[in-house]
Design a protein around this ligand. Structure first.
Ligand code: GDP
Ligand code: IMO
Ligand code: MG
Length: 431
């Protein structure tokens, strides 16, 4: 009767989707618990690439029940087009369930997201402009519309009317924009999306607990990551939800005792999309190399991701706030050609050594990384299938990460494919 969480330990795009798809084989249910279609999770199975935004990455495993839980903000248009894309490619979405308590993204959320970014100008967050922040803001303001509101057409129109009255005042009086028409939005949501979504709307809390009570395993798939978390990330350059493992409890309706495995996914280097502090950022040819070899352009927005070295100070913090039981390292193969690999073990801030993340974020902008340097392995590791075959230099680099973070590595990715994963636990039990 227990659940596993897959959580990002950095600034997103660590490869959460890939590991979710992989371990979904052992799960009966895979649940998205927060975020929305700001996420872009890429799965490569038998040479075929699937880019998912809202649908849980377990969907490619036919025995898995995929569930979008209450903590997610759902844009029905995107969800339906993702369902259509999967169906066209032979993946059934019939079993997909969506919590009636999940909040809906409406057209004004997207517009407000873009206008807010424009208003911020140079200080913009660099959001995905998907309406995520405004949808969660409406939820907190208690004026959001939920998936279950689609069940009651008259109620939907009423709620939309009053929330849009408010947002139209903001659009017209604050941003000088034309107002939106409630009838047009209601028509789109009730005539087009409602019939498609109704068969999928469910009591997600009961579904999850029934599964746990049967003794089956449930996987909770995080989107975004620890340092994009509204509470624990580099505020305000964060998303508007709680990706950390505790967010899985709230976003799916389970208690902490239901979780016994928490997998922190970390890239073998570091990337960030959008603005905000980044102590180990690289502005040189090595950074360009990581972007080129790692194809570091957003799955979702196509933006170039900012590259840097692994930051063990961040990973220690991620270990603490998520209670990580293991690390899953991705993209080790991207480092194949490097002569040297660095890892930040502490920050020098005004001449003082900091091994833990300073709570005062102003200090993060002044942090000079203190690096430990490792020789590269200079060979192709993407075909390796067992940890024993890893070059000694790669093994040393990984052992050092384990030592620095104090969390064992369970899996290592050496390529985008589902099979390009080294299982470290297997070898440990063989020893
Ligand atoms: P997510 O948002 O955390 O699910 O990660 P993304 O899918 O946005 O970004 C990770 C990218 O790296 C995707 O294109 C994956 O196919 C790819 N990927 C995942 N693991 C590996 C790996 O071990 N090696 C390589 N080369 N690519 C990987
Ligand atoms: P996955 O799940 C990387 C970033 C945006 C921006 C900030 C706020 O694929 O790892 P938002 O649209 O959420 O209000 O944007 O968060 N961001 C991500 N960065 N991966 C993601 O998701 C992200 N989702 C949001 O770039 O800096
Ligand atoms: Mg991504």
């Amino acid at each position: 009767m227990s659940a596993t969480v897959v959580v990002g330990t950095q600034w997103g795009d660590e490869g959460k989707g890939k590991f979710t798809d992989l371990i979904a084989a052992e799960m009966s249910m895979v649940v998205r618990y927060q975020g929305g279609h700001n996420a872009g999770h890429t799965l490569v199975v038998d040479g075929e690439t699937f880019a998912l935004q809202l649908i849980p990455s377990g969907i490619l495993n036919p025995h898995v029940l995929p569930l979008i839980a209450n903590g997610v903000v759902v844009d029905p248009k995107v969800l339906i087009s993702e369902m259509d894309m999967l169906e066209e490619r032979g993946v059934s979405t019939e079993k997909l369930k969506i919590s009636g308590n999940a909040h809906l993204i409406l057209p004004y959320h997207q517009e407000l997201d873009a206008l807010h970014e424009e208003f911020l100008g140079e200080n913009k967050i660099g959001t995905t402009k998907r309406g995520i922040g405004p949808a969660y803001a409406d939820r907190s303001m208690r004026m959001g519309l939920r998936v279950q509101d689609l069940l009651d057409e008259e109620g939907f129109k009423e709620k939309l009317g009053s929330t849009l009255e408010y947002h139209n005042k903001v659009l017209t009086r604050v941003f000088d924009q034309p107002p939106l028409d409630a009838d047009v939005i209601a028509e789109e949501y009730l005539s087009i999306y409602r019939p498609r979504l109704i068969p999928h709307i469910a009591d997600s809390v009961s579904l999850i607990h029934e599964e746990l009570e049967k003794g089956n395993r449930v996987l909770l798939e995080g989107a975004q990551a620890t340092f994009l978390d509204l509470d624990h990330g580099t505020y305000p350059f964060v998303t508007s939800s709680n990706p950390v493992s505790g967010g899985a409890c709230v976003g799916a309706g389970i208690g902490p005792k239901n979780i016994d495995r928490i997998i922190g996914v970390a890239k073998a280097y570091l990337t960030r999309v959008g603005a905000g502090p980044f102590p180990t950022e690289l502005f040189d040819s090595i950074g360009d190399h990581l972007v080129d070899v790692g194809h570091e352009y957003g799955t979702n927005t196509g933006r170039r991701r900012r590259p840097g070295w692994v930051d063990a100070v961040m990973l220690r913090y991620a270990s603490r706030v998520n209670s990580l039981t293991e690390l899953a390292i991705t993209k080790l193969d991207v480092l194949d050609d490097l002569n040297e690999i660095k890892i930040c073990v502490a920050y020098d801030i005004d001449g003082e050594r900091h091994e833990q993340l300073p709570y005062n974020q102003n200090l993060l902008y002044k942090a000079t990384p203190i690096y430990e340097t490792f020789p590269g392995w200079k060979c192709n590791i993407s075909e390796i299938t067992s940890r024993v075959d890893l070059p000694a230099e790669a093994e040393n680099y990984l052992s050092f990460i384990e030592e620095q973070v104090g969390v064992p590595i369970g899996m290592v990715g050496v390529g985008p494919g589902r099979k390009q994963v080294l299982n470290f636990e297997e070898r440990d039990t063989e020893k």
